[in-house]
Design a protein around this ligand. Structure first.
Ligand code: SF4
Length: 69
C-alpha cells in the first residue's frame, strides 16, 4: 500500500516545484482549513487545501487505484 497506488491520490505538478517531488494531494476527504499569519502586517488569510502526502506514505483509508487493478 502507498499513496501513489491509491484511488484518492492526485500527483502534484513536479515541474513547478522540485521540492515537492513525489508529493500529491489526498482527496479522500474535503479540504482542511489553513490559516496563514503575517504578524508584521497583522494579516490573516484562510483557505482550504487537501492534505499533501508523499507517494510512499499510506493510511487506513487506502483503496487500490482502478489503474492498478
Ligand atoms: S493518505 Fe490514505 S487515503 Fe489518502 S491517498 Fe494516501 S493512502 Fe490514500
Amino acid at each position: 500500500m502507498r499513496c501513489d497506488k491509491c484511488k484518492w491520490w492526485s500527483r502534484l505538478d513536479e515541474q513547478s516545484n522540485t521540492q515537492l517531488s513525489g508529493a500529491g494531494y489526498c482527496l479522500r476527504f474535503p479540504p482542511v482549513i489553513i490559516q496563514t499569519d503575517d504578524s508584521e502586517e497583522d494579516f490573516y488569510e484562510w483557505y482550504g487545501e487537501w492534505p499533501k502526502t508523499h507517494q510512499k506514505e499510506w493510511c487506513g483509508e487506502f483503496m487500490k487505484s482502478e489503474q492498478d487493478a
